[in-house]
Design a protein around this ligand. Structure first.
Ligand code: NAD
Ligand code: DAU
Length: 336
């Protein structure tokens, strides 16, 4: 089996590549990534020399790059490549539409032409919008995205659906909750707060800190994606839930207590515009039809994640000293 993984130098993509190399050692993996600010080949340093792994630099929204990589034939395509940070989508919505929608469409087109056996599009629970205190999103919940990021992901999902309905293309979509674990770029809540707490810096919680997310350990997500690749049905969408609903405040308190840092580091700041209140996924479909469910308990996964950031300080310090700082300074000036 030969698989093209787009966005494989990012957080989930790199974890997925490592997971595949470990669990399907006879597969050949090609990682196609533009290496934006979020792409980092250091995420794969330990597997870079594997015989069945290769990196190709390229942009999914550039027709020449996409045509170029499909110069070889793939059985599977896993599309992780995206602009993924909601806060950044407030400043650069056009980039989100270009990469996430047009990039996905270019890939679909080329994959269709080359006759892939399965195209898996990695999507998110954010396409469903925001929940009140009760209930869950199922795969038939309406798409009601509220940020330019989630609108671009919902649009890409619909383009994927259309390629299945119109061209009979073997497309499947997965929609996951908030991932956490090793190699997550330190601008997302958990690694951002771990690294700031380690530096004794304040932790800026948006609004009242009571927004709820459904947390999924990244390895569970990788297992879910591989399960859908191998057992999923063409044209279907599968929710990959974490069964771990937590408020941001609860998580922040846990991080500080595990690190032995004072709760006084918490600083409530201006809310994110369009901030979704709660996400929670009903994943009965993937559990009943494909036998997948999350394994990691949140308290254990958070401890493992914190250990990883404590033991890999060079990895995140290199990132924090780079161009990332510019975004951070602009964004948090506005949140004060
Ligand atoms: P990330 O930001 O860590 O990584 C994105 C990767 O895509 C980077 O390596 C980047 O260089 C690459 N990329 C960006 N634009 C590209 C382009 N035009 N061409 C080629 N490569 C490009 O993101 P992540 O958190 O690993 O998310 C991966 C996917 O999973 C995304 O599609 C995201 O929407 C989805 N998702 C993420 C989460 C989460 O909690 N992180 C949850 C559900 C779904
Ligand atoms: O739900 C899946 C989505 O999860 C993915 O599709 C996105 O790619 C991923 O980035 C993530 O989106 P969120 O917006 O939920 O993640 P983020 O880590 O940015 O924020 C998590 C929560 O924490 C959210 O309610 C906003 C809050 N937050 C975040 C940051 C960075 C803060 O209160 N302060 C912060 O500084």
């Amino acid at each position: 089996m030969k698989i093209l993984v787009t966005g494989g130098a990012g957080f989930i993509g790199s974890n997925f590549i490592r997971y595949v190399l470990e669990n399907r050692p006879d597969w050949e993996v090609v990682n196609f990534d533009a290496l934006t600010y979020a792409g980092n080949l250091a995420n794969l340093a330990d597997v870079a020399d594997s015989e069945n792994y290769r990196f190709v630099k390229g942009d999914i929204s550039n027709p020449d790059d996409v045509r170029g990589v499909f110069g070889e034939k793939f059985d599977y395509v896993a599309n992780f490549a995206a602009e993924s940070h909601v806060d950044r989508s407030l400043y650069e919505p056009n980039l989100f539409l270009k990469t996430n929608v047009l990039g996905t469409q270019l890939l679909l087109n080329q994959a269709l032409e080359s006759g892939v056996k399965r195209f898996l599009h990695v999507s998110t629970d954010e396409v469903y919008g925001s929940l009140g205190p009760e209930g869950y999103f199922s795969e038939i919940s309406p798409l009601e995205p509220n940020s330019p990021y989630s609108a671009s992901k919902a649009s890409a999902d619909l383009v994927c659906r259309s390629y299945h309905m119109t061209f009979d293309m073997p497309v499947v979509i997965t929609r996951a909750g908030n991932n956490y674990g090793p190699y997550q770029f330190p601008e997302k809540l958990i690694p951002f707060f771990i690294t700031r707490a380690l530096n004794n810096e304040s932790l800026p919680l948006y609004g009242d800190g009571l927004n709820v997310r459904d947390w999924l350990y990244v390895e569970d997500h990788c297992h879910g994606i591989l399960t859908v690749f191998e057992k999923g049905k063409d044209g279907e969408t599968y929710n990959i839930g974490g069964a771990s609903e937590m408020t941001n405040l609860e998580i922040t308190r846990m991080i500080l207590s595990i690190l032995g840092k004072p709760q006084s580091l918490i600083k409530f700041v201006k809310d994110r515009p369009g901030h979704d209140r709660r996400y929670a996924l009903d994943y009965t479909k993937v559990k009943k039809t494909l036998g997948w469910q999350p394994k990691m308990k949140f308290s254990e996964g958070l401890k493992k994640t914190i250990d990883w950031y404590c033991n890999n300080q060079k990895w995140w310090k290199d990132i924090l000293s780079g161009q990332y700082r510019q975004f951070y300074e602009l964004h948090y000036k506005e949140r004060k």
